[in-house]
Write a protein that binds this ligand. Structure first.
Ligand code: DHB
Length: 391
């Protein structure tokens, strides 16, 4: 049996960032993770980082590589009806921007920082379970070498994603789950090609949404709306390029094509589980909520959750007051619901719905016209896109 202050389930962005923030405050934690370090550091996920996430990484000493290798974007483009319209994030938000720096790079930086600080991350743990979270919390698991271990932390934080063991342990009459499943997914590709555009492009087309993003000067990330039950084998490189070129066409614009070396399909849903606390168990990140990827809020929300929670845990150890811990769920949920609204709204404005009428089509275009021609409307988009302040 090992005693620790905070037992964290899951070494994703939420779990590792929490362990990092607690470590800086002198609070020890153990992170228990089912995957191996190599798998975590190689899994491709989204790339957009809010200003808050960037600032927090820099302020807490893990932003060097991000500042060197990340791409700062002071704006992005909405493309519809064959034309591009720039949203000037910096101008509309007083100098805030987004940085394209992929999730697995953030995880590499966090893992390196935790290990350098002497933090414990148990990789490849099997049969992880949480027990007695209301009274006497414990985490049990089997190590990669087959040893049965038990952790007895003061609190458990479940950062183990949508399919983890933590969320089911949030019990009680007041638990509520909210779910919306979208009738489409995103087909994502990585291609070896130069950038087609200096900034991200969010395109609405009658045949569906497309997003042009980047990873490096030689590797580009692009997505297009697809049937979530489709299979990547059905899409040759030629077919993919045709679809992408069609969806961004207009004004002579062409994507720069190259060999496609990665293809995947992600489903789209909006989900919230609340409250995010049961006794001495707290949940954060995807364990508590999912947003559709339009607007890239996922990792940023996870970081915002654990920022609030780390402050609450710190204040509890320092003063003995549980006010912060008791308020965590309500504080985090306010931002989460704002991000849920924004992600749903961006998704609804830009995607093709099979049951849409001609009225819906024109309404979507009118909405895009509004956000690209009214400074007030564009400011709303920009503020939400770069992220509401953390403090
Ligand atoms: C990326 C993903 C997003 O969902 C988004 O809105 C912007 C960028 C990306 O993977 O680069």
């Amino acid at each position: 049996m090992t005693r620790t202050k905070v037992g964290i389930v899951g070494a994703g962005p939420a779990g590792l960032m929490l362990s990092h923030l607690l470590g800086l405050a002198g609070i020890e934690s153990v992170v228990v993770e089912s995957r191996g370090r190599e798998a975590i550091e190689a899994t491709i996920r989204a790339g957009g980082r809010e200003q808050n996430t960037v600032d927090l990484m820099v302020e807490t000493g893990i932003g060097d590589r991000l500042r060197r290798e990340g791409f700062v974007h002071g704006g992005f483009e909405f493309r519809f009806d064959g034309r591009g319209h720039r949203i000037d994030l910096e101008k509309l938000t007083g100098g805030r921007a987004i940085t394209v720096y992929p999730q697995h790079e953030v995880l590499k930086d966090l893992i390196a920082a935790r290990l350098a600080a002497g933090g414990e991350i148990v990789f490849e743990a099997r049969d992880t379970a949480v027990h007695d979270v209301a009274t006497d919390p414990r985490i049990t698991f089997t190590t990669r070498d087959g040893e049965a271990r038990e952790l007895r932390p003061d609190v458990i934080v479940g950062c183990d994603g949508s399919y983890g063991v933590a969320r089911p342990a949030i019990e009680g009459a007041d638990r509520q789950d909210f779910l919306r499943v979208y009738p489409f997914g995103w087909f994502g590709i990585l291609t070896e090609a130069p950038p087609s555009s200096e900034e991200l492009i969010y395109a609405r087309h009658d045949s569906g949404f497309a997003l042009i993003s980047t990873r490096s000067p030689d590797v580009q990330r692009m997505y297009f709306q697809c049937d979530p039950s489709d299979r990547v084998e059905n899409w040759s490189d030629d077919r993919i390029w045709n679809e992408l070129q069609t969806r961004v066409a207009g004004d002579g614009f062409r994507l720069k094509e190259g060999p496609i070396f990665q293809k995947n399909i992600v489903p789209m849903r909006s989900f919230v589980c609340q409250p995010m606390q049961h006794g001495r168990l707290f949940i954060a990140g995807d364990a508590a909520h999912t947003v559709p990827p339009t607007g890239a809020k996922g990792l940023n929300l996870a970081v915002a959750d654990v920022f609030v929670l780390s402050r609450a845990i710190e204040s509890w150890y320092r003063t003995g007051s549980t006010d912060g811990l008791e308020g965590y769920s309500a504080t985090a949920l306010r931002r989460i619901w704002r991000a849920q609204h924004f992600s749903w709204w961006m998704t609804s404005m830009l995607h093709r719905f099979d049951d849409a009428t001609e009225f819906d089509r024109r309404r979507q275009l009118a909405e895009l016209d509004l956000v690209t021609s009214s400074e007030a409307a564009a400011t709303t988009v920009a503020e939400n896109y770069v992220g509401l302040p953390l403090h």
